[in-house]
Every structure is written in C-alpha cells, then in structure tokens.
Write a protein that binds this ligand. Structure first.
Ligand SMILES: [Fe+2]
Ligand SMILES: [Fe+2]
Length: 174
C-alpha cells in the first residue's frame, strides 16, 4: 500500500466508513484506531522528539506504523483485527519497499543487514496474519502488541536512523 504523504494534513472530521467493507484508506484506518482508543494504552508512543529521524517521508510512515500497531493492541473484535492485520501487512510491505529504494539511492552500506531484518519481521507478520485468518487472532495480536514495539524501537533507532543520515547527506549534496 502506498503511504499517503498528506495523511496529517487531511481533515480530522469523522469519516463514516462501511464496517462490512472496512476502512478504504490509511486515514480511515486511523479513524478506526481512534474509535478503539481508550480501551487500553498505546504500545508505541510515537513522537517526533523520540522517533523523528529528520526525513519527512520516513517519519510519516513510522507514525502510521505506530498507529496501526496501537490499533491492533486495542482491538478486540475478530473482524476488526482481521481488517487491521491486513492493513498493517500492506503498510509494512510499502514501508520496507520504500526504505529499500532509499538505501539504493544513497548507496547505504548496511543494505544487506537492513533488508534481512525487514524480511525476518515481514515473514513473522505474514505468518501471524495467516493464523489470524485461520481463526487464531489472539496469537497474532500478542505478536503485534508485545514483540513489534520492541523491534520497532531498536530498528528505528539504529538501522533506520543510519539510513536517514545517509538520505540527509545525499540530499544536502544535491
Ligand atoms: Fe522504517
Ligand atoms: Fe528499516
């Protein structure tokens, strides 16, 4: 799924999406997430101060990723979890594909290690999403809410921070 670069500029007016079809855009998914907020705490507290890397498209993507992970941690209904796992999977594929493009653009030296970490997590996510589809959403929810926050914290502050540095250096030279 393509990441919407204007996500944060869109109207905050409530969107009426059809539950039978599910949210159609990332923004509507975040609206679904907002409806669920209050049931429990966020598992990733994304903020510019803590996670901002100074590359806008990466920061936007990471904020969206955190919102989707939080929405899964706070969802209970199997149909909501199914919609949200699908959204997270699509979003994560787009997220990692775009970072691979950025790594190639700037000649990122640790591309193999960075892509291997993406492949490992995406594989885990695909396996757990498949379990959710087979009627076992609790294990998938536990993976997303208990494993992914720690993974994201370490990955964003090491590999993604290094990539952001590479992108900023490249863009300063242009
Ligand atoms: Fe990332
Ligand atoms: Fe990454």
């Amino acid at each position: 799924m393509a990441v919407d670069p204007h996500l944060h500029q869109q109207s905050l007016a409530p969107i009426r999406w059809h539950r039978s079809r599910g949210p159609q855009t990332t923004y509507q998914t975040l609206e679904l997430a907002r409806e669920m907020v209050g049931k429990s705490r966020n598992v990733i507290e994304w903020s510019q101060r803590v996670y901002g890397l100074g590359v806008e498209e990466m920061d936007t993507t990471h904020a969206e990723f955190a919102a989707l992970v939080n929405s899964i941690a706070q969802a209970d209904a199997p149909e909501d979890l199914h919609i949200l796992f699908t959204k997270l999977l699509d979003h994560t594929r787009g997220h990692f594909t775009r970072e691979s493009e950025l790594m190639r653009e700037c000649g990122f030296k640790a591309i193999d290690e960075h892509e291997a970490d993406h492949t490992r997590v995406l594989g885990d996510l695909e396996r757990f999403a498949a379990m959710a589809r087979r009627g076992m959403p609790d294990m998938a929810k536990a993976f997303v809410s208990e494993f992914l926050p720690g993974w994201f914290d370490a990955h964003a502050q090491t590999m993604d921070a290094a990539l952001a540095q590479c992108v900023k250096t490249l863009r300063r030279q242009r």
